[in-house]
Ligand binder design. Structure first.
Ligand SMILES: Nc1nc2c(c(=O)[nH]1)N[C@H]1C(S)=C(S)[C@@H](COP(=O)(O)OP(=O)(O)OC[C@H]3O[C@@H](n4cnc5c(=O)[nH]c(N)nc54)[C@H](O)[C@@H]3O)O[C@H]1N2
Ligand SMILES: Nc1nc2c(c(=O)[nH]1)N[C@H]1C(S)=C(S)[C@@H](COP(=O)(O)OP(=O)(O)OC[C@H]3O[C@@H](n4cnc5c(=O)[nH]c(N)nc54)[C@H](O)[C@@H]3O)O[C@H]1N2
Ligand code: SF4
Ligand SMILES: [Mo]
Length: 772
């Protein structure tokens, strides 16, 4: 029997526990929640979780507080006579249906813009419905948080490997040498590298005699663990990486190993980076040429090594080039696709491995944004360009916005401008638990339930995990009266914009299932080729539409039962899957393993993941070659005297966790960190106020003098600035901080990926009168 979805009602007063995968960062730790009645009273690391083995951080430990935050919206809000008022779900969806369709019919599909924020990758709903919503709307005006984050990596992977999602991850558990650039996993817990207890894994690397090099203008907690910390000048990673590749060629240290026959453009690459000698880049990077050579030699000499770059190497002027060069180094040293190097995970809901064949390749700029002419990447446009698309008159102007889990007023450049632009919309919908800086502009706010009331599966992050594994947790607490599951909210939103308001939301799931099955039965390589889609659909289990979708993806996935009749009697899952073979997954089987199923370490997969036109790794794709002159020009630029970088704090998460007393306060503060020498030169005092001026405007913030930032660099965290009226985040508003992104006007972008330059932009400082 399939376990029932709704957790059993506990006996009164008896605390119980329930497993819940933490949705708060990419580490995806398994938590054990303590529940009294329907209230989460505690959270600890789940020691039995096959992946996280008990690890937890302060954010996960605050799960109960986050779940019970009294400022969370419980019912929809609908704007009437200019005021947001509580309303029924029916009213909310009816209003959306009444407004969006006529608007799109009158002004065309492009008049509706969609904004996807980061938490979409942390919910099942965010994985299953946004594509359906976009399909229903027919709009190309999609703006995502990826363009404030990892889009450069998608673009470089798309160009190198033909698949924007083919992102190699460092084999943390087995590598001998990790060269880490622009990431601070001790505070962020990692990104595009899903690894619960990243800190423990770095310590284990050191413990087994491996070496860690960290490139970061700040001496972060991660840098303090390193054998070598390189306090690079912000924005110059691409130069450093190009010089490292140059040294590998020059000193004949390249060794592609089994990759040799799978790579195109090696000679062209060598020629293209000829100018980027260590001596040429050293002044720009503010490094010694000798140290660059040493780093290259260490990388080549290590028995296995992985190069890994994240936010600090992506959200910069040359983010796509840097992201590309990270993998170029993995390739040149033969570390791509080998244990201990950087490998392609194979998640349980990926497409099953196919017979390798040339693919369609990856195209950039299939269309451009209307006003700025920014090329799309992966079908997405720069969030930094949203305001101009709303403000600029003309055909195709965005008149309505649907924002799913997004707070671009704080997370994207020039929030004041976007704030004004959103005011000028004809209609706006936010799916968001909070009335915050962005959702306050909505005409309809649809609040998802707190996380304990939601099921969880990591469709996105399993594909970036350092170990193949699969876990699913159902809602730990029954859905509160009057709440809708976020999957149902999004399914009903799809119906509302499709002119089908009031139809059953399960119709949306069934349509998605029907489409996938139709494709699968027509595919000669699919285990269900030639079978009857209706018969297969009837075999799906699951207590809800999203569960049926999950069952389908698991069964058609690389470890799936393929709807085989003998599925029930397959190899025992959870054991040594490497020797036992494929575990024949289905939802039913996964539910038998509440702490997950380990699917083994990452394994070499090439050439199968390649979808380039050549069927090989294309080492020097034309768009990247065409961007190299811009990098060459950077060699001659005079560096700005003072540039700003961001930072993350362990007890924070982007813009939306400042409303919990346990997380807001102490060392988690919105201060401008500055080196003592710079502070002295500028007459700034610790605890005093500083005025920060840049392209986009000026801010005042408290000064924190610390030698953890290098000279010439200051650091201010993002996600603060909770002082706008009309929000309902009482704790955050009481300690608002300032919005660093107000320093940007949105014009600084990495041109290939449309990613905003959030790190390494010039600022000027002067003492200000104290704020308090
Ligand atoms: N200067 C600077 N700016 C940055 C960054 C930086 O390093 N420096 N980092 C960038 C990065 S990496 C990112 S990813 C972006 C993030 O940018 P955004 O995605 O715009 O911002 P978030 O703060 O993650 O929150 C998004 C919204 O989701 C809501 N939310 C939380 N949980 C849920 C849920 O379960 N369902 C729904 N529907 N909504 C939910 C929150 O209330 C919030 O309003 O910010 C970027 N901005
Ligand atoms: N606690 C916490 N955890 C989080 C988040 C959070 O806000 N708080 N956000 C989540 C999200 S959305 C993401 S994307 C991940 C991001 O996770 P990470 O990629 O680890 O991001 P950061 O912690 O911002 O680390 C970026 C580092 O780059 C450095 N840096 C800045 N400019 C440069 C440069 O030009 N070159 C180099 N080499 N370094 C530079 C900064 O000093 C900083 O230490 O974290 C996730 N986890
Ligand atoms: S590290 Fe991330 S996933 Fe793990 S408990 Fe903390 S916030 Fe949750
Ligand atoms: Mo992010």
């Amino acid at each position: 029997m399939l376990p029932e979805d709704a957790p059993r009602t506990p006996e009164a007063g008896q605390p119980r526990t329930a497993p819940r995968i933490c949705p708060l960062c990419e580490a995806t730790c398994g938590l054990t929640l303590t529940i009294e009645g329907t209230r989460v009273t505690g959270a600890r690391g789940d020691r039995d979780d096959v992946f996280s083995r008990g690890f937890i951080c302060p954010k996960g430990a605050s799960f109960g507080e986050l779940d019970a935050d009294p400022d969370r919206l419980r019912v929809p809000l609908v704007r009437r006579d200019g005021e947001l008022r509580e309303a029924s779900w029916q009213e909310a969806f009816a209003l959306i249906a009444a407004r969006i369709r006529p608007l799109a019919e009158e002004h065309g599909p492009q008049s509706v813009g969609v904004v996807l924020g980061n938490p979409n990758v942390h919910t099942m709903a965010g994985a299953l419905y946004p594509q359906l919503l976009l399909g229903a709307l027919g709009t190309r005006n999609l703006f995502t948080a990826s363009t404030l984050d990892q889009m450069p990596k998608h673009v470089s992977s798309g160009l190198l490997f033909g698949d924007a999602f083919a992102i190699p991850v460092p084999d943390l558990d087995r590598t001998d040498h990790l060269l880490l650039l622009g990431a601070n996993p001790l505070d962020s817990n990692g990104s595009l590298c899903t690894a619960p207890d990243f800190p423990g894994k770095l310590k284990a690397l050191r413990g087994r005699g491996g070496t860690l090099t960290v490139v970061d203008p700040r001496r972060t907690r991660t840098a303090r663990l390193a054998d070598r910390h390189i306090p690079i000048r912000p924005g110059t990673d691409a130069l450093l990486l190009a010089a490292l590749a140059h040294v590998l060629f020059e000193e004949r240290l390249t060794d592609l190993g089994p990759l040799a026959g799978q790579v195109e453009g090696l000679d062209e690459l060598r020629d293209a980076i000829r100018d980027f000698t260590p001596e040429a880049v050293a002044p720009a990077c503010d490094m010694e040429a000798g140290e660059i050579r040493t780093v290259a030699r260490e990388l080549a000499a290590a028995p296995t090594a992985a190069v890994y770059g994240r936010v600090g190497s992506c959200t910069v002027e040359h983010g796509t080039l840097a992201s590309w060069l990270v993998d170029v180094l993995n390739i040149l040293t033969g570390n791509l696709d080998r244990p201990g190097g950087a490998l392609f995970p194979l998640s349980a809901t990926d497409r099953p491995p196919r017979i390798p064949a040339p693919g369609k390749g990856f195209s950039l700029g299939r269309w451009t944004s209307r006003v700025g002419g920014h090329p799309e990447a992966k079908g997405e446009l720069p969030l930094a360009a949203l305001a101009e698309e709303i403000e600029t008159p003309g055909e195709g102007r965005i008149r309505a916005v649907i924002a799913l889990a997004a707070n671009p007023v704080l997370s994207a450049p020039d929030g004041d401008r976007l704030d004004r632009a959103l005011t000028g919309l004809d209609f706006m919908v936010s799916v968001d638990p909070y009335l915050n800086e962005t959702s306050r502009h909505a005409d309809v706010v649809l609040p998802p339930p707190p996380p304990a009331q939601s099921a969880h599966f990591d469709f996105a992050f399993n594909g970036f995990a350092v170990r193949n594994q699969v876990r699913y947790t159902r809602a730990a607490v029954p859905l509160e009266e009057g709440r809708l599951d976020e999957s149902e909210i999004l399914a009903r939103l799809v119906l509302a914009v499709s002119g089908l308001d009031g139809a059953s939301p399960s119709a949306v799931d069934e349509r998605a299932i029907g489409r996938t099955l139709a494709r699968a039965v027509a595919d000669p390589h699919s285990p269900v080729h030639g079978r009857d889609p209706e018969e297969l659909s009837a075999l799906l289990t699951g207590a809800s539409g999203p569960e049926r979708q999950l069952d389908l993806k698991l069964r058609l996935g690389p470890y799936g039962d393929g709807f085989a009749a003998e599925a029930g009697g397959g190899t025992e899952a959870g054991g040594d899957t490497e020797s036992a073979g494929v575990p024949r997954l289905s939802l039913r089987r996964l539910l038998e393993h509440p702490h997950g199923i380990d699917l083994g370490p990452l394994r070499p997969r090439l050439p199968e993941p390649l979808k380039t036109r050549s069927g090989r790794i294309e080492l020097l794709p034309a768009p990247l070659a065409a961007d190299l002159p811009r990098l060459r020009a950077a060699l001659a630029e005079r560096p700005a005297a003072l540039v700003l970088v961001g930072r993350r704090h362990l007890r924070s998460n982007n813009s939306w966790m400042h409303n919990l007393p346990a997380l807001n306060g102490g060392s988690n503060r919105c201060t401008l960190q500055i080196h003592p020498d710079d502070a002295a030169r500028l007459g700034l005092k610790d605890g005093g106020a500083v005025r920060i001026t840049a392209d986009g405007g000026a801010l005042e913030a408290p000064v924190e003098i610390t030698d953890t930032v290098r000279t010439g660099v200051v650091s201010l965290p993002h996600g603060w600035g909770h002082d706008r009226p009309g929000t309902r985040t009482s704790v955050a508003s009481a300690r608002p901080g300032v919005n660093v992104n107000q320093l940007l006007d949105g014009s600084r972008l990495d041109p290939l990926s449309g990613t905003a330059v959030l790190n390494g932009f010039p600022v000027e400082l002067s003492p200000a009168t104290p704020l308090l």
